[in-house]
Design a binder for this molecule. Structure first.
Ligand code: MG
Length: 392
């Protein structure tokens, strides 16, 4: 006899990076289905006020703030609530290691690597919103997941789309993966406009509301370069069988082409809560009132090849993936530093790609076999990128 859903044990959930864009969307979905989830831990970088508010709503067992200086403020905000608090990277790692069935890895950037690995090493179901984990340590993350029996669920909308239409048991019949890209705010801008682009212009994404780092990555299209590397690791697909196509409407989130000529696509509104809901409920599905697609109203969906001249980041990312070893780690770290320099007015928009390419030229692509080695290369690449930015 089938048990009614409510009689099943709720899924216990931890959100690493609960106050960011993906974290907040995850909280929103959990609040809509209180009977399906119980929250083990929440972590945030610096936003004590929002973390405390989320803790009051979701009643987790523990919350952790990454900035150690903010520990007392967090403890005060949750005094008397019964929620355990912690501060600093060790507390974030402890939150990740607690026994949740399902962990959302939504910390932005390479900072998410160690806590996400802690969840993977315990064999949890890990929803991966942090693409930098796979970019800077893909071989390590996949090997650890396999060893621990962890299940990785891609949350990045393109990879979630591929995951939904990929017939895993017949993966040898997959010919290629086609990742779609919106083209970002500068899809049809001139090179001159891009040279003089301000952070405000680059942050104004036409379709998606996202954090600052990924919005700039979307404007340079480095986001798609990082996603190429991410797809390579998640789906064991060589670079030459991953195609990138610009699709300005962001309705087709990605496609899988099979050997018989069939191409399967996943479509949906450009709202991250759809892929997050898929991951939260996997292997089931859950209801949420997403804006429904009205194809007749959309009328036309268009596709075009990316322009390699205005968006050199795609070729740079393909080269880094081909070089392997430390090269993708260098790519990711140099890009994080260059994006930050652009956002704070220290670097021109077109120079972001130049800094990344120059950092890759300076640092050799040696093999990496441990988290410590990945972290050492990451730190070295950041120093090199800062040095290069000083010369631009
Ligand atoms: Mg994406």
């Amino acid at each position: 006899m089938m048990l009614p859903k409510t009689a099943l044990r709720p899924r216990s959930v931890t959100i690493l990076g609960s106050t960011g864009s993906v974290g907040c969307s995850t909280v929103d979905l959990i609040v809509r289905h209180p009977e399906r989830f119980e929250v083990e831990a929440l972590t945030a970088h610096r936003n004590v006020a929002l973390l405390a508010e989320q803790a009051h709503r979701l009643r987790p067992r523990m919350v952790a703030i990454a900035d150690p200086a903010l520990g007392p403020a967090l403890a005060e905000a949750l005094a008397g609530s019964g929620v355990e608090t912690g501060a600093g990277p060790a507390a974030v790692a402890e939150a990740a290691a607690r026994p949740a069935d399902w962990v959302m890895g939504a910390i932005v950037g390479a900072a998410g690597l160690a806590p996400t690995l802690a969840a993977i090493r315990r064999g949890a179901i890990v929803a991966l919103a942090n693409k930098e984990c796979l970019v800077c340590a893909g071989d390590l993350v996949i090997a650890e997941a396999r060893r621990a029996g962890a299940r990785l669920l891609p949350v990045d909308s393109e990879h979630n789309a591929v995951f939904q239409v990929l017939e895993e048991e017949r993966s040898e019949t997959v010919e290629r993966i086609i990742l779609t890209a919106s083209g970002g705010p500068f899809r049809s801008a001139s090179i001159e406009q891009m040279r003089n682009a301000t952070p405000a212009q680059a942050l104004a994404h036409p379709n998606w509301e996202m954090g600052a780092k990924i919005s700039i990555d979307s404007a340079t299209m480095m986001n798609k370069g990082l996603e190429l590397i991410e797809a390579h690791h998640l789906f064991a697909m060589p670079s030459e069988r991953i195609e990138i196509v610009v699709h300005p409407q962001s309705v087709v989130h990605s496609l899988v082409a099979y050997v018989d000529g069939s191409v399967l696509a996943q479509l949906g509104p450009p709202d991250m809560r759809t892929p997050i809901a898929y991951a939260l409920a996997w292997p089931e599905r859950m209801r949420w009132p997403a804006p429904r697609l009205d194809l007749a109203q959309l009328g036309a969906l268009t596709f075009q090849a990316p322009d390699p001249h205005r968006f050199p980041t795609l070729a740079i990312a393909r080269e880094a993936l081909a070089a392997g070893g430390a090269a993708p780690t260098v790519l990711n770290a140099a890009n994080e530093v260059a994006v930050e320099a652009f956002l704070t007015g220290r670097l021109g928009f077109l120079d972001i790609a130049r800094v990344v390419a120059a950092a890759l030229e300076r640092l050799p692509g040696r093999p990496l076999s441990s988290l410590a080695e990945v972290e050492a290369v990451d730190a070295e690449a950041r120093r090199v990128a800062e040095d290069l930015i000083g010369r631009f």
